[in-house]
Design a protein around this ligand. Structure first.
Ligand code: ZN
Length: 388
């Protein structure tokens, strides 16, 4: 494997091209993974059109060009560096793309997600140095990665299912932050999307007692509910987008909003213990506020969605109702191992995913076509071993 094929972006806003380039060799603490499947998140199309470049004109969030993208690679370890002791060639792995400096106070405290240099290999991030050190995204036949970034895959987790670990892990880390689990009720705002559906699967696996979800597509919501009709309840926001009453007018909790009334009725009048916001890009702040108003007194919310508007939130309402709101991004490799273990045990059901696998040579078509999907059930996967 002196050379390999990689899909590379040479200019933002232009299609990727398949290029033959030198295959990577592992540094002492790295491995080389032969990629068998790489997940394609719909947001990648926005990223390679230089969405973040428009936010940061100096372009420091984006990898240097030509760049190899691809966020969720899974494959087989091909080579290991001389200081790698935990994994051997031939093992099946998911590569967590989260990179950090490894030596700042946050990294040394075991909180690498809070590293100022935190960067997603094959996507974007805060460190140009890290992006240059790990320039191989999953849309290539071979990638390098630190040995510490590997999640070993159980036999019953396919490469295609592992290519979904980015969404799954994002949802898992979020739910851990709000203590989702036995005896708890949870509202998943946007339950039928890619993130929300994975959150529902994990909530079932983690033992959440009551799982409420919102969505805009009734047939998709029906499919989500059918996963566990006795534990999941769904609310269609298509027909009742009534504005919640203003929080500034006395700190009310949603007033007569039918969504809030429904959530309270489902929770003995109290409201949900936790809320995870999984709304897609373009969703209005009001859609997130409605879900926040569904929290019980003392309830906690975590945002992993893509609402970009300012929230009209009343600090006095938050204080008097003891409301918690936290942001969360991605997940640790240890959390990835938790998910692999849950899948191995059968508590996390990945069989609901509909894999739509395409060869690397169709990467531009895949990126242009992600709007055509069965909500979160569709799993877009590129197979870099196929370049026909
Ligand atoms: Zn660091």
């Amino acid at each position: 494997m002196a050379t390999m094929i990689a899909a590379r972006l040479h200019a933002y806003g232009k299609p990727m091209t398949l290029d033959r380039i030198a295959a990577p060799e592992p540094r002492p603490t790295d491995v080389v993974v032969e990629v068998k499947a790489c997940g394609v998140v719909p947001n990648l199309a926005r990223v390679i059109s230089n969405f973040f470049g428009t936010l940061t004109p100096d372009n420091k969030m984006m990898p240097p060009l030509p760049a190899i993208f691809g966020l969720d690679p899974a494959g087989v370890v091909a080579k290991v560096g001389e200081q790698v002791f935990s994994v051997r060639p031939g093992e099946r792995v998911y590569v967590n793309p989260a990179r950090s400096c490894g030596s700042c106070k946050m990294c040394r405290s075991g909180r690498a997600e809070d590293c100022p240099s935190w960067t997603l290999q094959g996507y974007f991030g805060r460190s140009q140095e890290i992006m240059r050190a790990y320039p191989y995204g999953g849309l290539a036949q071979f990638i390098t990665a630190p040995a510490a970034a590997l999640v070993k895959l159980p036999d019953n987790v396919s490469f295609e299912a592992a290519a979904r670990f980015g969404y799954l892990g994002t949802a898992y880390a979020a739910m851990k932050k709000i203590g989702a689990g036995p005896g708890q009720s949870l509202l998943i705002n946007g339950i039928s999307g890619q993130l929300g559906l994975n959150a529902a699967s994990l909530a079932l696996a983690m033992g959440a007692t009551k799982i409420l979800g919102t969505g805009r597509n009734q047939s998709l919501l029906d499919r989500v509910k059918a996963l566990a009709p006795e534990r999941i309840a769904v609310f269609s926001v298509t027909d009742a987008p009534s504005q919640p009453s203003s929080v500034s007018a006395g700190g009310t909790r949603g007033g007569a909003d039918p969504l809030v009334s429904w959530a309270k009725t489902a929770t003995d009048g109290h409201g949900v213990d936790g809320m995870i916001d999984c709304l897609p890009p373009g969703a209005p702040a009001s859609a997130m506020m409605r879900a926040l108003f569904c929290l019980r007194r003392g309830g906690r919310a975590v945002n992993v969605g893509a609402v970009m508007e300012a929230l009209p939130i009343n600090a006095f309402w938050m204080m008097t109702n003891r409301i918690g709101l936290q942001g969360s991004v991605w997940f640790t490799t240890a959390e990835g191992e938790d998910m692999a273990a849950m899948a191995a045990a059968g508590t996390l059901d990945l069989s609901i995913l509909e894999h739509r696998v395409s060869p690397l040579s169709e990467v531009n078509e895949v990126l242009a076509g992600t709007d055509d999907r069965n909500g979160g059930f569709t799993n877009f996967v590129i197979d870099p071993t196929r370049v026909e």
